[in-house]
Design a protein around this ligand. Structure first.
Ligand SMILES: O=c1ccn([C@@H]2O[C@H](COP(=O)(O)OP(=O)(O)O[C@H]3O[C@H](CO)[C@H](O)[C@H](O)[C@H]3O)[C@@H](O)[C@H]2O)c(=O)[nH]1
Length: 470
């Protein structure tokens, strides 16, 4: 039995697909819309391999309001939306700001308009810590609380803060209108989730981030260095230090102190890296909170509260790879700020959610995914990993991802709606997968805990007989 029906825009992207998985495991019916601009439908197969359920899917463009109408008409039980679909490349947003506003802002207006016509009144919005800009411009704002004044430093961030305002205004207007009419109004709610730096992959090794072009985020770039797709990582700093280093002993000593420019312990910028399963669980608990508590519009930071420098990340990832990864210090990247570390207390207290997984978990999971799927979703998953999933099922390990924030599991921001893909007009012709949601397959299992998967998932170096038979 389903507990509710949810539309996920951008649901084949990185955070979107993990959130779809978390919702299916929590017995939601999930309808994904995506135009596959920067993602692959293969993500849906991986979701099904892990949990035995498949989201419905419609290939539509977020700017196409009529297409949204078609989806809501086709799925009248939907009462909530989780909205990821957006363009997300910070640098690119300065080159083509109109496309960013058209997709991220225009797409949200299409969505809200269609939602309103179909009486769909809960929205969880994929915002970003980037809306805060440089929080060090204020005293005592690191770690960053939700009260920190926003001040994005690039067009991408400005689309996110603009959408936050649009959603706030619309939900308030709907509530006021219904109040004036003497009707109940508290079913209109929004969660604005400002997340920090998503990291890691599914512990099974078959699902992860699969950027279609050149990645621009630190960990996917490091992963490419590790598998030899990229010669070295460029560490953004002052460029004057001119360090071209083939690595450092990842386990044996701390980094050599370097003058790299930023005012941090090692001169590199600080971010709050949060495991993708924790982030996905944050969406689930926020959705449940809206449906249960009707708070109106509320913003929550989703982060760990722990900041890590770039060098710390290189060291942590080198440790799981087992060798030093080469890097070179170069000049600063425009728009980068010193420190984006979350104060997650509000989400801890109100949503009863807490990031549980460590940076080391994220690095180990990312490496398992990268090493086993060098072509990402353009290859089939390794048989041994699928068998490990099947073995878990045979053993009857069918725990659910917890939703209360204790041990559970973007800019999910899959790049929907870009000008390259205006193929979203025909909802009916693209909605082929929905009726597979109850398909049973003995190879499919429900997600157990990260630890279980860590034990069960075979790395290529492991022997097959390390997986217990049923
Ligand atoms: O090649 C690289 C890439 C990144 N970095 C550094 O690594 C850190 C992380 O950079 P990412 O590009 O991975 O992530 P950002 O912090 O720049 O941005 C990400 O996190 C933000 C919130 O913290 C927003 O959500 C944004 O959309 C998302 O891309 C930064 O200090 C950056 O300077 C490098 O040194 N070299």
């Amino acid at each position: 039995m389903t507990v509710g029906s949810v539309l996920i825009t951008g649901g084949t992207g990185y955070i979107g697909s993990f959130t779809a998985l978390a919702l299916l495991e929590a017995d939601y019916e999930v309808v994904v819309v995506d135009n596959l601009y920067n993602s692959s439908e293969e993500a849906l197969n991986r979701i099904e391999s892990i949990c035995g359920k498949r989201p419905h899917f419609h290939n539509i463009d977020v700017r196409d309001e009529a297409a949204f109408d078609g989806v809501f008409d086709a799925h009248p039980h939907i009462d909530s939306v989780i909205h990821f679909a957006a363009l997300k490349a910070v640098g690119e947003s300065s080159d083509i700001p109109l496309e960013y506003y058209r997709t991220n802002v225009g797409g949200t207006i299409s969505l809200l308009s269609s939602m309103t016509r179909h009486n769909v009144s809960n929205i969880v919005f994929s915002s970003s810590a980037t809306v805060y800009g440089d929080a060090t411009r204020f005293p005592n704002m690191i770690p960053i609380p939700e009260e920190c004044p926003i001040g994005p430093t690039n067009p991408y961030g400005r689309t996110k803060s603009t959408v936050e305002s649009i959603i706030t205004d619309h939900v308030q207007a709907q509530r006021n209108k219904l109040k004036r009419e003497g009707k109940s109004f508290d079913h209109w709610n929004a969660a604005v989730l400002r997340y920090f730096n998503p990291a890691g992959s599914h512990p099974s090794g078959i699902m992860g981030e699969d950027p279609q072009g050149v990645p621009y985020n630190l960990l996917p770039l490091l992963a490419q260095v590790a598998i030899g797709k990229r010669e070295k990582l460029l560490v953004f700093g002052d460029g004057r230090t001119a360090i071209s280093h083939v690595g450092f002993p990842y386990g044996s000593r701390l980094l050599t102190p370097l003058t790299v420019d930023y005012d941090s312990s090692d001169g590199t910028a600080i971010r709050d890296y949060i495991h993708i399963l924790d982030l996905a669980a944050g969406h689930l608990v926020a959705l449940n909170y809206l449906r249960d508590h009707h708070p109106g519009v509320r913003a929550w930071n989703l982060g760990t509260g722990k900041g890590s420098t770039v060098f710390h990340m290189i060291k942590a990832f080198s440790a799981v790879v087992g060798r030093d990864l080469p890097y070179e210090v170069v000049g600063r990247r425009e728009g980068d700020v010193l420190d984006l570390t979350a104060n997650p207390r509000r989400a801890n207290d109100e949503l009863k959610w807490k990031a549980e997984r460590t940076l080391e978990d994220a690095c180990a999971d990312l490496w398992r995914w990268t090493e086993n799927n060098p072509l990402g979703y353009r290859q089939t998953p390794p048989e041994n990993l699928l068998e490990a999933l099947g073995d878990r099922r045979k053993k009857g390990v069918v725990e659910k991802v917890q939703t209360n924030g204790h041990a559970a599991d973007t800019n999910g921001h899959t790049a929907n709606g870009h000008e390259h893909s205006s193929n979203g007009t025909s909802v009916a012709s693209h909605s082929a997968n929905g009726d597979a949601s109850n398909r049973e397959d003995p190879k499919r299992i429900k997600l157990s805990s990260a630890k279980d998967f860590m034990e069960a998932a075979l790395s290529p170096r492991s022997k097959p007989d390390t997986v217990e038979a049923s």
